[in-house]
Ligand binder design. Sequence first.
Ligand SMILES: *[C@@H]1O[C@H](CO)[C@@H](O)[C@H](O)[C@H]1NC(C)=O
Length: 215
Amino acid sequence: MASKFLLLALLAITSSIALASDPSSLQDFCVADAKNSVLVNGLVCKDPKLAEANDFFFSGLQLAGNTSNAVGSSVTPVNVAQIAGLNTLGISIARIDYAPWGINPPHTHPRASEILTVLEGSLKVGFVTSNPENRLITKVLEKGDVFVFPVGLVHFQQNVGYGNAVAIAALSSQNPGVITIANAVFGSKPDISADILAKAFQVEKNTIYNFQSKF
Ligand SMILES: *[C@@H]1O[C@H](CO)[C@@H](O)[C@H](O)[C@H]1NC(C)=O
């Protein structure tokens, strides 16, 4: 009886761990079928006999992204939208380019932890722990350094070197998702009302209108 209870408790714990990231595969692979309109959690598989090398392939990550924008950075994602064969595999990758002093603004990935490798330049990186501590954990990285951003936590990078910087981010989801804090809060469509944001951020409504006009 006691051992049965223990087994049940163990099952409950392990199944909740499995649910915390992309579900594990029940077959060798499940190349997303772009033509199928059925909506499931993930994407419908095409017939595995029709899978080919190009379903597991992407080309072009040697190319720098265009960093001529307000934040001075550019993300080139390579997830299930670019490689159909990533469907159900729980991983993806991205290239991030930074102009001098460019930033990848504070954002979170709702479905993935991230492990970032600096290929070129120097990056100041950081993430903030959840309430109530909200502790900033931050470090300056050089070429070859690797840093982890735990799933769901707000994080950022800034190029603190004199030249361009380049990083490769690996993520523990086929579709990590990105929530950029400023865009979500001040650039939602329609707007979150200025009343709510003024109280949330403890500022005048005009300050909120000013932020909203930028996103
Ligand atoms: C980079 O983006 C800027 C702003 O959108 C654009 O004016 C410029 O032509 C782009 N450069 C390249 C090389 O595509």
